[in-house]
Design a protein around this ligand. Structure first.
Ligand SMILES: Cc1cc2nc3c(=O)[nH]c(=O)nc-3n(C[C@H](O)[C@H](O)[C@H](O)COP(=O)(O)O)c2cc1C
Length: 187
């Protein structure tokens, strides 16, 4: 059975919607799914899972503080455990997907790329293979100007139901590719 964790943070609900869609996709598989909201005090060992989904909004081109603090805390724990090795060799069977919701009012997707690359390093450093990076344009809740006049145009109502269905399907596809060998033979 595939062990998956969905680690996310969401203030206005967009990232939570995407997280729910990912979970829905994964539920079609023989997987044990854990969902946790990231915060500094959250004690989670990535290595207890085969597949880690890490999701957050872009706040000034980076993950928000609770996410950054969580990631930093994990990195120090991983350093202490001797898991941060020179050359960051891959650890077989360990995969991660980064997903970032953003509104891109000024420079579009470029406002989310640094956030994803930053967060991804924390898993890449300990040997997880980054299986995918998802950039999901979303309405800037509570800011009509930033949801209609920005570089992405009119993003009100995003993510749509159809966007979320695609996310569910993509999550399922990725998870199928990460199934441990014995279960994929059985399955
Ligand atoms: C304080 C704050 C800062 C934000 N900064 C950015 C930004 O720099 N670039 C961007 O594209 N979106 C920015 N956004 C928009 C959010 O990234 C976007 O709406 C996201 O989907 C919100 O996720 P959530 O609903 O899960 O909290 C910001 C939103 C807030 C509230």
């Amino acid at each position: 059975m595939l062990k998956v964790i969905l680690l996310y943070w969401s203030k206005s609900g967009n990232t939570r919607k995407v997280t729910d869609a990912i979970k829905e996709g994964l539920e079609q598989l023989d997987a044990r799914i854990t969902v946790k909201e990231m915060k500094k005090s959250l004690d989670v060992d990535y290595f207890d899972y085969d597949l880690v989904f890490l999701g957050f909004p872009s706040y000034q081109w980076l993950p928000p503080n609770p996410v950054r603090e969580f990631l930093k805390g994990r990195l120090s724990a991983d350093k202490k455990a001797g898991r941060v090795k020179v050359g960051s060799p891959r650890v077989p069977g360990k995969h991660a997907v980064l997903y970032c919701t953003y509104s891109g009012p000024h420079t579009g997707k470029n406002e989310a790329i640094p956030a994803v690359k930053h967060a991804g390093q924390f898993l890449d450093h300990v040997g997880f293979k980054i299986a995918a990076e998802w950039y999901i344009p979303c309405e800037f809740i509570g800011r009509e100007d930033l949801s209609t006049e920005g570089r992405l145009g009119d993003i009100r109502g995003l993510p749509t139901e159809s966007d979320l269905e695609k996310i569910s399907a993509n999550a399922l596809e990725i998870a199928k590719g990460c199934m441990p060998k014995e279960s994929s033979k059985r399955g």
